[in-house]
Design a protein around this ligand. Structure first.
Ligand code: DCP
Length: 119
């Protein structure tokens, strides 16, 4: 990415704010692909190959601007992401989260039962 930018003399435009706006713009383009489709199943089984290719391009644009923004801000994104994963694991312990899922499921079943009885 750094070589691509330097070869075009675009370094002057790659300021933190410009890159952030470019990133947000690409997230908008990514959102457009899903807009009005409703929920779609994982793996996008009904999508045409052309649509999936377009999705890959927009995801890549987001990734490239994110990596470039991190780089220009002096952030080691790989290191930061690994640290964040560790923080997430502390904040959301697996055992507690699983127990919460079961509790939510039971609550959901209870609501279904009450609805059924009310019919
Ligand atoms: N000043 C720029 C302009 C572009 N790019 C790179 C990063 C992105 O990966 C891609 C973005 O290019 P476009 O702005 O042309 O966006 P799209 O490829 O999404 O085209 P379009 O908006 O026409 O769909 O090019 C860059 O690094 N710096």
């Amino acid at each position: 990415m750094a070589d691509f930018v330097e070869e075009r003399d675009w370094d002057q435009f790659h300021t933190p704010r410009n890159l952030l706006l470019a990133l947000v713009g690409e997230v908008g383009e990514l959102s457009e692909i899903f807009q009005w489709k409703g929920e779609v199943p994982r793996g996008l089984p009904d999508w045409e190959e052309k649509e999936k290719q377009h999705l890959g391009e927009e995801l890549s644009d987001v990734l490239l601007y994110l990596v470039r923004l991190s780089d220009i801000c002096g952030i080691d994104l790989g290191k930061a992401a690994l640290r964040k994963l560790e923080l997430n694991a502390i904040k959301y312990p697996a055992s507690l989260c699983k127990a919460q899922c079961v509790a939510n499921q039971s609550a959901g079943e209870w609501v279904d039962l009450v609805r059924y009885c009310a019919l």
